[in-house]
Design a protein around this ligand. Sequence first.
Ligand code: PLP
Length: 443
Amino acid sequence: MKYAEIRVEPPGPKAKKIVEDTMNTLSPSIDRFYPLVVDSAHGCLVKDVDGNTYIDMNSGLGVLSVGSTPREVVDAVTSQAKKFIHYSYTDFYYQNVTSLAKKLFEITPGTFEKRAYFGNSGAEAVEAAIKLARYHTKRPRIMAFTGAFHGRTMGAVSLTASKTKQMRGFSPLLPGVTHVPYPYCYRCPFGKSYPDCGYFCIDYIKDQVLDKYVPADEVSSIFFEPIQGEGGYVVPPDDYFKRLQKIAKDNGILLVDDEVQSGMGRTGRWFAIEHFDIVPDMILIAKGIAAGMPLSALVTGKDTMDWQPGAHASTFGANPVAVESALATISMIEKKKLLQNAEKLGRHMMKRLEEMKEKYEIIGDVRGKGLMVGVEIVKDKKSKEYGVKEMQSIIDYSWKHGALLISCGKSTVRIFPPLIMEQDMLDEGLDIFESAVKLNNKS
Ligand SMILES: Cc1ncc(COP(=O)(O)O)c(C=O)c1O
């Protein structure tokens, strides 16, 4: 081991105490992967309160694309904090927000004139998009996908369809939301197989949903993740979004691309939708935008963002310190050529994982783009029965041996390290993961 170092079996005594305090003080609604208690984090390494060092294979839930506490970001944040920390951009003006908006216009798909709205979290970007889509189209309905995760606020959770525990007890949710099956080809919801299916899932939306029970001219928007995140790191087939866009265009429906998890260079492009060669009507950004400072953005065409003064705002949106952090983050991604690194390292990771898939019966599927990769764990390749216990055991073992991996979907391990990671560190993390797989493999 070169990077990870386990000195005390985690959770160590200090961690146990903090976990106990947490249980006695904070909301029980928060469901954690394992009791990691962070003390400090630098680059791609995380130290816990008992002195153990781990390799960050999840970027602090997809946020730390440029790693933890990078000097460029810390300097930018510190310098802005000394000037002013807050002065409500919803009520007054300051300059750096416009620089960030212009930068986002440059890196988001589409060359038309754009406008940006800033909030603090992914869910806030989703809420803004729900309202704007209704406002602009004057249509009430929304479509989203099964397996989707768009957040936990009332509107966002209404579009979410990933796990029932996220909505149980909160009904009635937003009315007028229809979920359609996501193209999860490894487990096709229609029991078909790609490419022989001929994109049956697209015909289903057209011929069944929009023709029979959801009047297309009442639908404002279709919300989608270009690669489904919480739902299991599911990658749709190449032509899927072109076909979806045709349905949307034919019916005057806006396509809202939720890139909260897949954006900001994670897949080797600024935005995952670029792999599918379409330009969506709205794009939602959060997580990786500002190196851990709370910030989110909705970017759309000038003509689409036609709501009136007073229609929507947020006191803390576009906090100037978070904006400086975002500008420094984007500049780091450009200067350090992190899109290229994500693509190169992603290719290397896929190759290693494909080799593991050949070797181990419990690896059912490996999928992803760049540094957004999922490994679906099954009981065996033939039955494809979800390997829930095995997956949990793999992420527990990895944590205890120095690699911070987490899950998604029912039994998928997601691997999404910071974009600054280098190959030898990634390999060490993957070695730990492979030992965990080997231990859980039956044959
Ligand atoms: C695709 C997607 N959209 C929205 C959200 C919600 O973001 P937040 O937790 O910042 O509200 C998430 C969070 O994981 C996400 O993955």
